[in-house]
Structures are given as structure tokens and as C-alpha cells.
Write a protein that binds this ligand. Structure first.
Ligand code: DHB
Ligand code: FE
Length: 283
């Protein structure tokens, strides 16, 4: 690993922690004493059951304690939780849906990316590396009616697997944008195909992965938030067929419905794909 990519990995973890603190997500938490008692008791009991069943030693207990301290020091709680826990929370949150089921948000979403009307090109460096990707489709309601002026927020990693605002040296809004669909809910976005992404390996999460003999890869993916008035917000990721990590995503966030159909671009340069989103009416 180069010095530059090591620096980027460390920066990503603490940037994700700072972003979460600023996101406002913690200010809306309401949990009753009954609920906290239930969930905290179950968590503590599960940990104690593991200790008793696996006869955990003091050495292992101290290693665990040191590791938990390091997760915080490295700013990696968002990474840890979004990789190993968020997928189950997302399943629970969207299990009632008839439209797209979606996928995890992950740690690298930034709200209020610059808005453009479709058709549009996402902001990218003049010499952005990679395969040009035309991403197009339609946003509809579950009854099949098109959703005019639906908003598609798109963010993804670059050819090296880095996200703007979380790795140094990348322009602020690179490969991030908000796109407004046309009156028929159609959108057309020119971007660049992202690379597979390795979660930062130089912090506490990487230490766990190495110690357990796991790998750190997520398959290449596009992140999306799709919204329209009167409809539930859809948070999704879309994946590329043939990626070796579609089957063993470290974040367990791949679903068969989220696989793109990639074709050579009609323009002759790069590839293109069509994906339609179906949003549930808000209840
Ligand atoms: C993580 C990174 C991602 O890009 C993602 O989509 C999910 C999780 C992470 O590093 O935790
Ligand atoms: Fe991601």
C-alpha cells in the first residue's frame, strides 16, 4: 500500500465520525426506558453467553478491551457499524416495502450535493480515470405512475476506490450530485464506473479483519437516495455483474434486485445501464 493510500484510509475513518456528529441524526433519538432495558440487556446477555460458551480467557478479554478503545481512537465506529450491523437495520426498516427494497447508506453520504436537471454529467476532474458510465432510468410509484421531478442523489468512489470529502486531494463534490428527473420521471446521468472498495485497513477495523483472516472488500457500487413528494425516501446501492466481491461483500449489502445490466454505450465510449426505481407512497 502506498503512503498516500494509507493516509487516505486513516482520514476516512475520522472524517466519517465527524460527519456523523454533524449529521443531526443523533438529535432525533427517542428511546423509552423499557426499550433501552430490553435491548441493552439482550446485548449484554449475548456477550456473556459467548464468554461462557467459548470459555473466553483474560488475555482475550483484555485484547477485546484494547481493541474497542482503538476503534474509538481511530474514529472507526461509523465504519464498524455500517459494515457489520447496518444491513440488518436496513432490512428491518424496509421490510414493508412493495417497491425497491434498497440497501445501506454507509458512512460516506453528504447531503445537499449541487443540484442539476437531468440530463446531466456528474462533477468530475477533467482527467477523471475510469470507464465512462451512462446511468439512466425512470422513477415510478408502486402503482406504475411516473414521478415527475423525482430527485436522484448519486455518490460513489472513484477508480481508486476513494470518496471525495473522505480522502485527501479530491475536489469537494467529485462524483457526487443531485439530479432532478424530467416530467416523466426519467433521468440520464453521465458518470464514471467506480472501482471495488476496500474498507480502511490501517485502523482498528483493519486490525480485526487481519487477525480474523477476513478480507476488506466491498464490490464496486453506486450509492443512491431517490425521493419524490408523498413517497418514502429510498436509500440504495447498485452493483456491477461479474465483480468478484458481489458474493462475499464485507458489508453484506448486495441484493439480487440491485444488480445492474451493463451494456456497451450506444455513444461508442464506455458503458451504459438502465435501472428503474419504484418508490412506496408514504403512509
Ligand atoms: C463502508 C464503506 C462504504 O463505501 C460502504 O458503502 C459501506 C460501508 C465502510 O467503510 O464502513
Ligand atoms: Fe460505499
Amino acid at each position: 500500500m502506498s503512503i498516500e493510500s494509507t493516509a487516505s484510509a486513516a482520514a476516512s475513518g475520522s472524517a466519517a465520525t465527524d460527519r456523523f456528529r454533524q449529521s443531526g441524526k443523533t438529535s432525533t433519538v427517542h428511546a423509552s426506558q423499557e426499550r433501552v432495558n430490553l435491548l441493552a440487556s439482550k446485548l449484554v446477555n449475548a456477550v456473556n453467553d459467548i464468554v461462557l460458551e467459548e470459555r473466553v480467557t483474560y488475555d482475550e478479554y483484555n485484547a477485546f478491551k484494547a481493541w474497542l478503545i482503538k476503534v474509538g481512537e481511530d474514529g472507526e465506529w461509523p465504519l464498524f457499524l455500517d459494515v457489520w450491523v447496518e444491513h440488518s437495520v436496513e432490512d428491518v426498516a424496509t421490510s414493508h416495502r412493495h417497491g425497491n427494497k434498497g440497501s445501506i447508506e454507509g458512512p460516506y453520504y453528504i447531503p445537499e450535493a449541487p443540484e442539476q436537471k437531468s440530463p446531466a454529467k456528474i462533477s468530475m476532474r477533467p482527467d477523471e480515470k475510469g470507464t465512462p458510465l451512462l446511468f439512466q432510468g425512470q422513477v415510478r410509484s408502486t402503482d406504475g405512475s411516473p414521478l415527475p421531478n423525482a430527485k436522484i442523489e448519486l455518490w460513489h468512489a472513484d477508480e481508486e476506490g476513494y470518496y471525495s470529502q473522505f480522502a485527501p486531494g479530491i475536489p469537494e463534490w467529485n462524483l457526487r450530485g443531485s439530479f432532478i428527473a424530467d416530467a416523466q420521471g426519467n433521468f440520464h446521468i453521465d458518470t464514471m464506473q467506480p472501482a471495488p472498495y476496500q474498507i480502511p485497513t490501517d485502523g482498528a477495523c483493519g486490525q480485526l479483519i487481519a487477525a480474523a483472516g477476513w478480507h476488506a472488500w466491498r464490490p464496486a457500487h453506486l450509492h443512491l437516495k431517490v425521493s419524490a413528494p408523498g413517497h418514502e425516501l429510498l436509500t440504495a446501492q447498485l452493483y456491477f455483474p461479474g465483480d468478484p466481491h458481489n458474493e462475499d461483500d464485507i458489508a453484506t449489502a448486495v441484493k439480487p434486485e440491485l444488480m445492474l445490466d451493463i451494456k456497451p454505450a450506444e455513444s461508442g465510449t464506455g458503458v451504459q445501464t438502465t435501472y428503474d426505481f419504484v418508490l412506496d407512497p408514504a403512509s
